[in-house]
Design a protein around this ligand. Structure first.
Ligand code: CMP
Length: 226
C-alpha cells in the first residue's frame, strides 16, 4: 500500500487514459472491454491515491462501471468459446461450423434431441412439415417419386421447404428407423428466432448450403437410374 502511495497519482490517471483511448480505438468488442477494464482499474488507483483520503464516491462509481463491463465481457467470452459444453455437445458443434458457439447454444436451446422408439416419418412429400430436423444417427430413408434410398446421417431434413418459406411443402418423404437419433426444431419458433437475428439466420443458411451440396453427391438420380 505504501509503495502505491509513493507513485505519482498522475501516472495512474495517464495509464487509465491510455487504456481507455486504446480500447475505444479497437473494433473488437472483447478487446474493447478488456482494455476498458484496465483503464477502470487505473482510475480506481488514481482516485485512491490522489487526495489525502480516497475519493470513495468516484471509486464506487468506477467499481460499478467495472462490474457492468465485466458481466458483458464474460458473456462475450462464453459466446465465443465452447466453455462449459459437454464433450457430446462439442462433437455436435463440429457439425455446425458456420455458427459461433453462442449461436449454436441458442439454436440447441430451441431444439429437442429425440430417439426413435418406433419407425417414424419426419416429413411427407407434398405436405408442409411442422418441424425442421437434423439427423444425428440413422437409419434414415428418403423416398421421392417411388424411389427410396438409405441416406447418410448428420443431415438436415426439411431445410428445403424451410428456406422456401412458411407454407412450402416437403419435396420428399423421409422416415427414420428404430434407434435413430435426431434434433427437432419447431419451424414457427425457429423462424421467430431467426427474424430476431440476421447473423444467426445467415449462419444457418450457410449451413443449409453446405448440407445441400453434400446431399447432391448421394442424391437421385444416382448413376444407372437414368
Ligand atoms: N435428392 C435429395 N437428396 C437428399 N435429401 C433430399 C433430397 N430431396 C429431398 N431431400 C430431403 O428431404 C426433405 C424433404 O423436405 P424438404 O423438401 O423440406 O427438405 C428435403 C431434404 O431435407
Amino acid at each position: 500500500m505504501s509503495s502505491l502511495l509513493a507513485i505519482d497519482p498522475a501516472l495512474f490517471a495517464r495509464a487509465a487514459l491510455v487504456f481507455y483511448v486504446a480500447g475505444l480505438l479497437v473494433r473488437d468488442g472483447l478487446w474493447l472491454r478488456i482494455l476498458l477494464l484496465f483503464g477502470t482499474a487505473f482510475y480506481i488507483l488514481y482516485y485512491f491515491t490522489v487526495g489525502d483520503t480516497p475519493l470513495w464516491d468516484a471509486i464506487f462509481a468506477s467499481l460499478m462501471i467495472g462490474a457492468a463491463n465485466l458481466v458483458t465481457l464474460i458473456r462475450i467470452l462464453v459466446e465465443r468459446t465452447t466453455l462449459g459444453m459437454t464433450a457430446e455437445r462439442k462433437a455436435l458443434f463440429a457439425h455446425f461450423p458456420t455458427m459461433t458457439p453462442g449461436q449454436f447454444r441458442k439454436v440447441m436451446r430451441a431444439g429437442q434431441v429425440r430417439t426413435v422408439d418406433q419407425p417414424e416419418q419426419l416429413v411427407s412429400q407434398g405436405a408442409v412439415p411442422k418441424s425442421l430436423y437434423y439427423v444425428l444417427e440413422g437409419p434414415v430413408f428418403l423416398e421421392r417419386d417411388d424411389q427410396r434410398i438409405k441416406m447418410q446421417s448428420n443431415v438436415f431434413i426439411g431445410e428445403i421447404s424451410f428456406i422456401q418459406g412458411k407454407a412450402s411443402e416437403a419435396t420428399a418423404t423421409v422416415d427414420l428407423g428404430q434407434g435413430a437419433r435426431f434434433i427437432e426444431w419447431d419451424r414457427k419458433r425457429l423462424y421467430k428466432i431467426l427474424e430476431r437475428s440476421q447473423p444467426l439466420s445467415n449462419a444457418l443458411t450457410a449451413l443449409f448450403n453446405r448440407d445441400m451440396s453434400s446431399k447432391l453427391t448421394q442424391s437421385f438420380p444416382s448413376p444407372g437410374t437414368a
